[in-house]
Design a protein around this ligand. Structure first.
Ligand code: FAD
Length: 117
């Protein structure tokens, strides 16, 4: 468990950036295998998140709002929603999920899109 609030916040920002970027690159029409990979990833991500109390809270959110993995839109929208749940818990403003569009561009082009998931 990280004791320092500044370090915890930095870890959070870096992690959210990565988490939302994964969703933004998830296939628009994933195969069953890709859906299962994302679902497993999300549960393991939660379980292994380095801040123990955060991991515990996040796993509670997950059991209430299971991962949506049917498409890129579903996954991105779900991730935005669950981040907003964490925002609410921490008294942070709600993020407008209709603004997700280009926000999480990984700068990696479209060429390797089919290899993702
Ligand atoms: P962050 O919440 O880190 O967000 C970073 C940026 O993402 C924002 O500036 C905004 O541009 C964008 N953003 C904001 N909301 C959304 C959204 N809904 N969808 C997409 N983009 C968005 N901290 C604790 O103190 N206690 C906890 O229990 C806790 N649990 C956490 C669980 C997880 C899984 C993660 C990843 C982090 C957790 N954190 C927790 C850290 C916390 O969520 C923040 O990351 C940290 O407090 C820094 O907040 P911030 O205001 O800089 O913005």
């Amino acid at each position: 468990k990280l004791g320092n609030e500044t370090v915890k916040a930095e870890l959070g920002r870096a992690t959210w950036k990565y988490f939302h970027t994964v969703m933004a690159r998830f296939p628009e029409t994933p195969t069953e295998d890709q859906k299962e990979a994302l679902r497993s990833y999300i549960y393991l991500f939660a379980r292994l998140y380095p801040c123990g109390e955060c991991a515990e809270h996040f796993m509670q959110h997950l059991s209430k709002y299971p991962p949506q993995v049917s498409s890129r839109n579903a996954a991105s929208g779900w991730a935005c929603f669950i981040h907003n749940e964490v925002n609410a818990m921490l008294d942070k403003p709600e993020f407008d999920c209709t603004n997700l569009g280009e926000f999480y561009d990984c700068g990696c082009g479209e060429d390797d899109e089919e290899g993702k998931g």
